[in-house]
Design a protein. Structure first.
Length: 226
């Protein structure tokens, strides 16, 4: 059950697409009910439902309030474009942990093409934001490994068996680069080592989504994201 709904707005009207209309029906909302909504851009709306159609619904906005994002620092994830089931799970958990932006990154050993599945990815992020009540939806982009360096902040880390321990103090934006199950190529590793700090999670070999979740959880706590 969604804790809030997603809508687009026009004047005093909140519009719900087919996906949201289906959710309204699943949770048995009726015309005249009041629901809480967001546009994903920081606004919280109280909406009275006027119509629930087959594919579209709308309501009257009774109240709107901007929910300011008070987190001082950003948390960024570079996730490998691996198998959809695992990437989907990682996207959901990343949203819950407060990640601000996700770069789905095609590496030599992780080159699935999600360019034509942006709407599918947006729905995963949207539903996760609704579940954990986030009014500012994280952004995402699909990039090639060679373009990583255009988007990384000063404090960027990547996971490596030969890396160092996680830092105790963090007082800036943080980015985490996670490799695919097949690992990075030698050339990719060399580029990462020249530009970023490497971190290790210990002795066990973890799936990429597990390694990412453990690391993001640490950074999310340090940055007060959760």
């Amino acid at each position: 059950m969604p804790n809030i709904f997603y809508c687009t707005t026009e004047d005093k009207t909140a519009n719900f697409d087919e996906h949201e209309t289906n959710h309204l029906k699943v949770v048995r909302k009726n015309v005249g009910d009041e629901v809480f909504c967001t546009d994903g851009k920081g606004y919280k709306y109280t909406v009275k439902l006027n119509k629930i159609g087959k594919k579209r619904s709308f309501g009257r906005i009774l109240e709107s309030k901007y929910i300011e994002d008070r987190d001082p620092f950003k948390l960024i994830l570079f996730a490998p474009s691996g198998k959809w089931e695992r990437l989907r799970w990682l996207l959901e958990k990343s949203v819950e942990l407060g990640v601000d932006k996700v770069f789905i990154t095609k590496t030599a050993f992780s080159n699935r093409n999600y360019t034509n599945k942006k709407e599918k990815i947006e729905l995963v992020i949207r539903d996760s934001c609704k579940q954990c009540i986030r009014y500012n939806f994280p952004e995402f982009e699909i990039i090639d490994f060679a373009n990583i360096f255009k988007f990384t902040p000063k404090n960027t880390f990547f996971l490596d068996f030969n890396g160092e321990n996680f830092p105790e103090n963090i007082e800036s934006d943080v980015a985490l680069i996670v490799g695919p199950e097949g690992g990075f190529t030698e050339d990719e590793i060399n580029l990462l080592r020249k530009n970023f700090k490497s971190l290790t999670l210990g002795k066990k070999i973890l799936r990429f989504e597990t390694a990412a979740l453990v690391s993001l959880s640490y950074f999310a706590i340090k940055l007060s994201k959760i």
